[in-house]
Design a binder for this molecule. Sequence first.
Ligand code: NAP
Length: 265
Amino acid sequence: MNIVFIGAGNMAEAIVAGIIKQGVVEAEKVCVTDIDEDRLAHFTEQYGVGRSSDNAAAAAQADVIVLSVKPQIFPEVWPDIKTALKPGALVVSIMAGIPSTRIAGGAAIRVVRVMPNTPALIGEGAAGIAAGEFADDSDIAVAQKLMAAVGAAVIVKEEELDAVTALSGSGPAYVFYLLESMLEAAEKMGLDSGVSRELALATVIGAAKLMKETGEAAADLRAKVTSKGGTTHAAINTMEARGVKESIVAALLAAQARSKELANG
Ligand SMILES: NC(=O)c1ccc[n+]([C@@H]2O[C@H](COP(=O)([O-])OP(=O)(O)OC[C@H]3O[C@@H](n4cnc5c(N)ncnc54)[C@H](OP(=O)(O)O)[C@@H]3O)[C@@H](O)[C@H]2O)c1
């Protein structure tokens, strides 16, 4: 299986690093393209993969084409690549908001869409993977194998990708926002910034791991640390009174709506 990444950006680097490190694909079977020669040189030096500045020529050699350019670049690069595709090639798109039907453009092209998130950069990502009209289970398996090299890789329906975008695609930003707020409070309480950063990060990571490892519901775990009249109770009461949960739910629904709008142009 020869794979080409169109666009040697941050997300492409995360996936290339993951699949090479984990032996999912050999470096000589991977090629990256970009307009920036320095990026291409970096990929060759760092990962030993092939390189090209000719998208169509590279795509013509590939069994799997990963579209990893920004969505706004897609209309510029796709026509040449599309005409160069090998018969039966699989197109995996990690571009946000471009429906598989737009990529296939009326042709019977096998397309799988992936919505990754930025913790993939350290191998801790969360990706939703969805088959387009002509993709089959083996195509989904290929995309899942690639994305599993950089984190959790979950199969969904394409119409669910807007919700996945709102949940895990944009999700890291919500966690950073929570951390920002916790650290602002820590500063107000006079804690040293290094100390509060270490404690806040360990708290978020520890809570997530606790939930993962116990398999318990978030609400149950929260109840366990919230004794009536205690400190956590005082904090949660304040959040409830100020509608924090409603705001977060509304925020995710707004992200989903925006994702739909962007997909519809
Ligand atoms: N859910 C998420 O959090 C998430 C996160 C990351 C990415 N994504 C998706 O992943 C995709 C890649 O994102 P990214 O952050 O990796 O972007 P990026 O770092 O900008 O990578 C895109 C690369 O494509 C290159 N490029 C531009 N024009 C090109 C052309 N004509 N031919 C070949 N390469 C070209 C860019 O070069 P220049 O920089 O020189 O223009 C850049 O190196 C996006 O479509 C995005 O929607 C989603």
